[in-house]
Design a protein around this ligand. Structure first.
Ligand code: HSE
Length: 447
């Protein structure tokens, strides 16, 4: 086959090595699908490796590899937001198409990077940045292109899902499960990104921009981690027919006649969802994204969201798209980005300035765990405060006193604006009969 496509891989960690292995394993399939030879000409690595094919140049100068004449497509899998940004900008400046798995970089600097790429008529592809091997970027940018997306909800951090699953199924302690996720290569270099929801927030920012045609706004994502979730809450939720999952939500709100309440909710938090919901049954390191769009309705995309093979699969899917673009060389239009789906699915000039709602403007159901002295009228006091605030109670579970004279009361509510719930909780905590801070976890019926 002629006209080889020359790849550079910057970074030889789990993903970079996964890409090399995938190409070695599936080269025939790749060639048969693209009609081109696909070869790795260079790798950018600080440390020389003796397990790399001798025909591949190993270069410790990553900027040189990013600009090399010997390279058509630069695959950035270094991670981080400093060197990775420099090499990507350098590659773009030198007319290279880029494939990256770097969600943190795109969530924080994607507006600038995509604009720079458009100005240089190249494309930055990033399927691997969200939900690993699940082709959710392609689905949302292309397959759902005729739909109006109303909301999406996703399990978009495998490590967090693994921890929640093991806690529920085996009662394992948090730290123990996190160490296992690190050993398996799922966790971020800094695992607080996983357990505090930052990694999910990066991915959510990308999904929301594609869903609603808005600029990337990672700094406006409301983010709550899973470190405060106790086995006790996991059990109470199960008893009431719900399961706690760490989810990212992007929701379009029309404000129901109130212009101030119209906007987009971007939030990552532990959430009670019905046990029978498909998302509730996505376990281990699996990721899943549920998209509600019009007129299609709900569709669910599920698979491995982390790991070498899954991420390499997404990286190479992007490479295959770009191979076809580069294949149009003879038509002299290989660098015309008009032939690409726009980076954020919508034409850059058509991105909308719909506001992102603040946390206190967001609407969700709630699970409340209230600890009270076991005395007459306690429950009546709590429910009166909630009803005065216009909060509709959906279920109540009162357990027998577990400490001397104290009872945990579990309340599930219908959706309510957070500012209203804040006021009600403040009042409940001021009751003389309440012994601890109220524990609250959001709840969503996914309907
Ligand atoms: N740390 C991430 C996760 C890796 O656990 O999902 C994939 O982005």
């Amino acid at each position: 086959m002629s006209n080889s496509i020359k790849l550079a891989i910057l970074g030889l960690g789990t993903v970079g090595t996964g890409v090399i292995n995938l190409i070695n394993d599936n080269l025939d399939e790749l060639k048969r699908r693209s009609g081109r030879d696909i070869i790795i000409t260079e790798v950018g690595t600080r440390r020389q490796r003796d397990d790399i094919d001798a025909t591949i140049i190993q270069n410790s100068d990553l900027m040189a590899t990013a600009a090399s004449d010997n390279v058509d497509i630069v695959i950035e899998v270094i991670g981080g937001t400093t060197l990775a940004k420099d090499v990507i900008m350098h590659a773009i400046k030198h007319g290279k198409h880029v494939v990256t798995a770097n969600k943190a970089l795109l969530a924080e600097h994607g507006n600038e990077i995509f604009a720079f790429a458009e100005a240089h008529n190249v494309h930055v592809a990033y399927e691997a940045a969200v939900a690993g091997g699940i082709p959710i970027i392609k689905v949302m940018r292309e397959a759902l292109a005729a739909n109006k997306i109303d909301w999406l909800a996703g399990i978009i951090n495998g490590t967090g899902n693994f921890i929640m699953t093991e806690m529920r199924d085996k009662g394992r302690p948090f730290a123990d499960v996190l160490s296992e996720a690190q050993e398996l290569g799922y966790a971020e270099a800094d695992p607080t990104f996983d357990v505090e929801g930052i990694d999910a927030a990066h991915k959510l920012a990308l999904l929301a921009s594609i869903a609603f045609g808005i600029p990337l706004q990672f700094d406006k994502v409301y983010c709550e981690g899973i470190t405060g979730i106790t086995l006790q809450d996991v059990d109470y939720a199960e008893e009431l027919g719900y399961r706690i999952k760490h989810l990212g939500f992007a929701v379009r709100r029309d404000g129901q006649g109130n212009a101030d309440a119209a906007g987009i909710e971007l939030r990552v938090h532990p959430t009670l969802i019905p046990q029978e919901a498909l998302l509730a049954n996505v376990n281990g390191v699996k990721n899943a994204v549920l998209v509600n769009s019009h007129p299609l309705g709900q569709t669910l995309y599920c698979g491995d969201g982390a790991g070498a093979g899954a991420t390499a699969s997404a990286v190479m899917a992007d490479v295959m798209d770009l191979v076809r673009v580069l294949g149009s060389k003879d038509r002299d239009d290989q660098h015309n980005t008009g032939h690409h789906v726009p980076h954020l699915a919508f034409i850059p000039e058509q991105l909308s300035d719909t506001p992102i709602l603040r946390a206190e403007q967001m609407t969700t159901g709630y699970y409340l765990r209230v600890h009270a002295y076991d005395s007459p009228g306690v429950l009546a006091d709590i429910t009166r405060i909630l009803s005065d605030a216009g909060i509709n109670i959906d279920a109540i579970l009162q357990k027998p006193a577990h400490k001397v004279g104290q009872v945990p009361v579990i309340i599930l509510t219908l959706p309510v604006v957070e500012s209203q719930m804040n006021l009600a909780i403040e009042k409940i905590e001021k009751l003389d009969t309440i012994t601890d801070k109220v524990v609250r976890i959001r709840l969503d019926e996914l309907a």
